[in-house]
Design a protein around this ligand. Structure first.
Ligand code: MTE
Ligand code: MO
Length: 318
């Protein structure tokens, strides 16, 4: 096995890979089929365990979120997706997004900043060391996952681009390219996908710019090459495949606010006490589990973020 190949099949250390597993088991020759399997997915305890023998379980392995719930399987994370630029069919995104060109890629920084201009994805990768964050993701539709992201705090980027004093909000824009994004033929939605945060929300340490999942680069379906992750808000705030970031004075109007203002607000904090006009938000289905579970205020991050909304009416500001 060449050094090059070895690099390719070595995901983040915290996930014991099949390769490591095989090494432990004393397997010497590695077939092409096994290599393909290595590349396909990291080895997760609880899955694919051999009938006998011990799999390596490093004590540092983060296999749960901060509430003790297990990670959603890699297969589910990469095959059940909302990415309307491709299709509104959650199971259809994988196929339609295959071959999506996420390289070359640049994020254009503009608006009320001292340091505007494009940053290439290579520069981003070089400049910002990523860390692993295991976050719950709660979709407004009532399902949820626990996902291990690789990313860096949005605050790091903000420190570099330096918002001017007049900046009050940050506005994100996803790729607009109807030629490669079949879902953008759907004129019901006001493309491109737009999202935004208040500046103090953006500076919060939980707000992440993610470039990876499960120790590997983001796949197209998850928002390659770079997307936002704001775990205390409904999933739609976590905008994918970002091409533009602007600092602005006025509250940005998101794609969802524009298409259904009575259903989707700017804040979109997870709140089991405020129902969606068409369904309850009291419970959710964790993907991989059979029964529903109660949803948590701010998706379980209340301690961390409640101060951001101290004087706000969370029913009015939904
Ligand atoms: N550009 C863009 N970003 C998006 C979406 C989308 O359709 N387009 N869907 C959102 C919704 S509704 C959810 S729940 C999450 C899903 O992220 P995942 O597929 O990586 O789990 O992405 C969000 N970001
Ligand atoms: Mo969602």
């Amino acid at each position: 096995m060449s050094e090059n190949m070895r690099d390719e099949i070595t995901p983040h250390k915290r996930y014991a890979t099949r390769k490591e597993f095989l090494k432990t088991m004393g397997v010497v020759g590695v077939s092409a089929a096994v290599l393909a399997a290595c590349q396909k997915k990291p080895f997760i305890v609880g899955e694919d365990l051999p009938a006998s023998g011990t799999a390596p379980v490093p004590s540092s392995m983060g296999l749960t979120d901060d509430l003790g719930d297990p990670l959603t399987s890699y297969d589910n994370v990469i095959s059940y997706n909302n990415f309307y630029e491709f299709t509104t069919d959650k199971e259809g995104v994988v196929k339609l997004s295959r071959g999506f060109q996420s390289s070359p890629w640049a994020v254009e920084i503009g608006g009320l900043v001292e340091n505007p201009g494009p940053i290439s994805i290579e520069e981003i990768r070089e400049r910002y060391t990523t860390e692993e964050r295991i976050y719950r993701m709660r979709c407004v539709e009532g399902w949820s996952m626990v996902i291990p992201w690789q990313g860096f705090p949005l605050a790091r980027l903000l420190e570099d681009i330096k918002p001017k004093p007049e900046a009050k909000y940050i506005r994100f824009e996803s790729i607009y390219d109807p030629k490669s994004l079949p879902g953008q033929a759907n004129k019901y939605f006001p493309w491109p996908y737009i999202e935004g945060l208040r500046l103090d929300e953006a500076y919060h340490d939980l707000s992440l710019l993610a470039t990876g999942i499960y120790g590997e680069d983001l796949l197209p379906q998850n928002g390659a090459p770079i997307r936002l992750v704001v775990p205390w808000k409904y999933g739609f705030k976590s905008i994918k495949s970002i091409v533009k970031i602007d600092l602005v004075e006025e509250m940005p109007v998101s794609l969802w606010m524009e298409s259904a203002p009575n259903e989707y607000g700017f804040y979109a904090n997870v709140n089991p006490g405020v129902d969606h006009p068409r369904w309850s938000q009291a419970t959710e289905r964790r993907i991989g589990e059979l029964s529903r579970r109660p949803s948590l205020l701010f998706n379980g991050y209340e301690k961390e973020v409640k101060d951001l909304y101290a004087d706000m009416d969370l029913v009015k500001n939904f």
